[in-house]
Ligand binder design. Structure first.
Ligand SMILES: [Zn+2]
Length: 448
């Protein structure tokens, strides 16, 4: 496939914007990037995809999400509104994830995947929970990701909140899926796995040790860390240690592990995350919604912690997350100099790309020969000069996901001229609506 008439944003380091270029794709990989005329002459027979002068850039990457949460949209929480993070877990997320049947898991995933294709998010790192449908749940999600044509990293969040048997089932589901990914390389290598853990506050020492002992060599964990200060107080009460220290003691940290949020951690915890090479993900929309505070992301980056950008189940429109990050740090610190757009690009582009590339063992997130052909076309017409140095500010102030017209993953076109090609959007929404009603009924019953 030869993409022609492209203004290519490569997101290399340093970034380049190349006008009137073409991109040659073979077997899902970018083989060449050169001026249009040159590639058209060299590959006259190649099937052409005309970008019509749009910006062609790597698809966005989401470093932390929850497909299982889709049916929360419009759900009514009984009783008075939750007053804090623990009440949000107890009144919303826990009874909701317990209400998911296998088919609800599948459709909750599918609606998120339609949303991801539409909004140009081509790689998603998911964190799944469905305590009444644990076994096989990662296959259901994996099959949906395969059908959609996207790329995803999956895990099941192990927790003690449902008792020993469910904790064991969660461990087994992770182990089974990790082994399957290693053995079969499902979805032509577009699926990867890590080992999911809910959060320190729902995990006993024994369960943490069981996970550490059973996780295969080289497997990283994916866990919520100090999202709310309640996680820290729980850890101090249980172990006399702060959350990051506790996870370090149990061997959970490391260069393949993702610590989501890290909103309420102290200086020594930042040091430990940096020393162990643990990844942190930042989800400002979720943090604002849960009123848990704002992670000291600039301090993390200064300390050498690798921070990526996720969405925690919000719309798979990652530029919305850029905008939230850009604004919230300024408001929180009452200082317009905080959180430059360049720092957001460091998280959302450089670090997310490095994280995805590590987890898949392939180059993801840049337009260079040898990288995976995960691309989006953006119909953006700047009315001020646009160059690599100010691109992050154009994204914050000018880019919008509605400008994404085409989404390509591993060289396959998933959306062309805003038509989703791999999933039947209407059928997915219709069935999801039916399943959401049933899921909400089970959710409401759990309060009686
Ligand atoms: Zn989360």
């Amino acid at each position: 496939m030869l993409i022609t008439n492209a203004n290519v944003i490569t997101w290399e380091k340093p970034n380049r914007i190349l006008e009137n270029h073409a991109v040659l794709i073979e077997d899902g990989v970018i083989m060449a990037l050169a001026p249009q005329k040159e590639l058209v002459e060299r590959y006259p027979e190649a099937e052409r995809v005309d970008a019509e002068g749009q910006y062609v850039m790597p698809g966005n990457i989401c470093a932390h999400t929850h497909f299982y949460g889709a049916f929360a949209r419009g759900l009514s929480i009984p009783g008075s509104a939750p007053q804090n993070f623990l009440e949000i877990l107890q009144d919303l997320w826990w009874p909701l994830d317990c209400s998911l049947t296998p088919e609800a898991v599948r459709y909750s995933t599918l609606v998120c995947l339609v949303d991801a294709i539409r909004h140009g998010t081509t790689t998603l790192i998911d964190h799944h929970a469905s305590p009444n449908s644990i076994s096989g749940s990662l296959d259901l999600i994996g099959d949906a990701v395969d059908e959609a044509g996207l790329r995803a990293v999956l895990c099941y969040e192990v927790t003690d909140r449902g008792g020993e048997e469910k904790a064991r089932a969660g461990i087994s589901e992770n182990l089974r899926f990790i082994e399957r990914v290693r053995r079969e390389k499902p979805a032509q290598g577009r699926l990867a796995a890590n080992f999911g853990l809910h959060a320190s506050l729902t995990l006993s020492d024994a369960t943490l040790d069981a996970c550490r002992q059973q996780a295969p060599e080289g497997t990283g964990f994916h866990i919520h860390v100090a999202e709310d200060v309640a996680d820290e107080y729980d850890s101090l009460e249980k172990s006399g240690m702060r959350v990051v220290d506790r996870l370090h003691k149990h061997g959970i940290l490391g260069p393949n592990t993702i610590a989501a949020h890290a909103v309420n951690i102290d200086a020594h915890e930042i040091e430990l995350l940096a020393q162990t090479g643990t990844w942190v993900t930042h989800q400002p929309r979720s943090n604002m919604n849960n009123a848990v505070g704002v992670a000291p992301v600039e301090s993390f980056l200064r300390a050498g912690v690798r921070v990526g950008l996720g969405n925690d189940g919000f719309l798979n429109a990652m530029w919305e997350e850029w905008k939230a990050a850009y604004l919230v740090h300024k408001a929180w610190n009452r200082d317009p100099r905080r959180m430059s757009a360049a720092l957001i690009a460091e998280m959302a582009i450089d670090n997310n790309s490095a994280l995805a590339s590590k987890l898949f063992g392939a180059q993801i997130g840049s337009v260079v020969p040898g990288a995976q052909a995960d691309l989006i076309f953006v119909d953006y017409h700047p009315f001020t000069p646009l160059h690599p140095g100010n691109l992050p500010w154009h994204i914050v102030f000018g880019f919008h996901e509605s400008m994404i017209t085409t989404t390509i993953v591993a060289g396959r076109i998933l959306m062309r001229n805003r038509q989703v090609l791999t999933l039947d959007e209407e059928a997915v929404a219709r069935r999801a609506n039916e399943l959401a009603v049933e899921t909400w009924q089970r959710y409401q019953k759990s309060f009686k």
